[in-house]
Design a protein around this ligand. Structure first.
Ligand code: CAA
Length: 283
């Protein structure tokens, strides 16, 4: 199927990054969120991030202007109904995602492919609540989306071959690389990454190392671009906790038990960079 237009639900760090790369690849992009502020901030951030690419010679000013011209915003979820592909990139909570799909379904044209950027929730279960489980897939981008090469593609049990092939083509047009994962809790990237981050929080909790020594150990000792605690702040501690809970519940193994310190930080509202405070202070 030929995809020309893309609707993105959620203008947060993932949603705006996804809008950025689709607009650069020549797709018409329509972003929706519940507040005008969120939409305005997203467009301003895309502008700044594209400007960074212009200043580093990655794209020209003309390419940037054309890409920005392809991005529109709306407060009405129903407006996404006529797009060819919808990517849900809202909060990592199943009830929120299900409510979005429920509200969207009556407005969708029959051919639209529905996807979720969920980093851990069952694609089969999300798909089963829609009218098109065969046209539903997990479409998982990595943060920061304009920089990270990988997109995880997750087929639900009912996803058909045409939908999968269409999304493979989209990933290719974005200039990214697809990794296909089966639909089990947290798929591939977060099945491996999150327990490492959780273990880093345990390492802090048990006093084995300080925030600085844990992060430096992994950066300099294992060549990670960011230390695990810095990365947790970057991803958002609420998202990390949500993913650990999906692993813990879905695989019923205590090795996935979220560290109590991670839970406490989330309860305090210390959600990482976006909140101004997490393992580091950004204020
Ligand atoms: N938009 C456009 N370009 C961006 C950007 C953005 N949002 N953020 C960074 N860049 C560009 C910079 O302009 C720079 O470009 P050049 O190479 O041309 O100079 C390049 O990326 C590197 O950025 P910086 O020089 O600012 O900083 P850095 O070298 O420290 O790299 C980083 C920053 C790319 C974020 C790097 O630290 C990194 O790769 N960190 C790990 C990120 C990671 O692991 N992400 C996956 C998280 S897991 C996930 O997303 C899945 C999930 O479900 C939770």
């Amino acid at each position: 199927m030929d995809i020309q237009s893309v609707g993105i639900v959620g203008a947060g760090q993932m949603g705006n990054g996804i809008a950025h790369v689709f607009a650069l690849a020549g797709y018409d992009v329509l972003i929706t969120d519940i507040g005008q502020d969120a939409l305005d901030n997203a467009v301003a951030l895309i502008d700044r991030n594209m400007e960074r690419q212009v200043s580093r010679g990655k794209i020209t000013a003309e390419v940037k202007a054309a890409a920005l011209g392809r991005i529109r915003t709306t407060l009405k979820l129903a407006d996404l109904g006529q797009t060819d592909l919808v990517i849900e990139a809202a909060t990592e909570r199943e009830t929120v995602k299900q409510a979005i799909f429920e509200d969207l379904l009556p407005h969708l044209k029959p051919t639209t492919i529905l996807t979720s950027n969920t980093s851990s929730i069952s694609i089969t279960r999300l798909a089963s609540r829609t009218d098109r489980p065969e046209k539903f897939m997990g479409f998982h981008f990595m943060n920061p989306v304009p920089v990270m090469q990988l997109v995880e593609l997750i087929r639900g049990i009912a996803t058909d071959a045409e939908t999968y092939q269409t999304l493979l083509g989209v990933v290719e047009r974005l200039g990214k690389t697809a990794a296909s994962a089966e639909d089990f809790p947290a798929f591939i990237v977060n099945r491996i990454l999150m327990p490492m981050i959780n273990e880093a929080v345990y390492t802090l909790y048990e006093g084995v190392g300080s925030v600085k020594s844990i992060d430096e150990a992994l950066k300099l000792g294992a060549n990670h671009p960011m230390g695990p605690l810095e990365l947790a702040d970057f991803i958002g501690l609420d998202t990390c906790l949500a993913i650990m809970n999906v692993l813990h519940d879905g695989l019923a193994d205590t090795k996935y038990r979220p560290c109590p310190l991670l839970t406490k930080y989330v309860e305090a509202g210390w959600l990482g960079r976006k909140a101004g405070r997490g393992f580091y202070d950004y204020r």
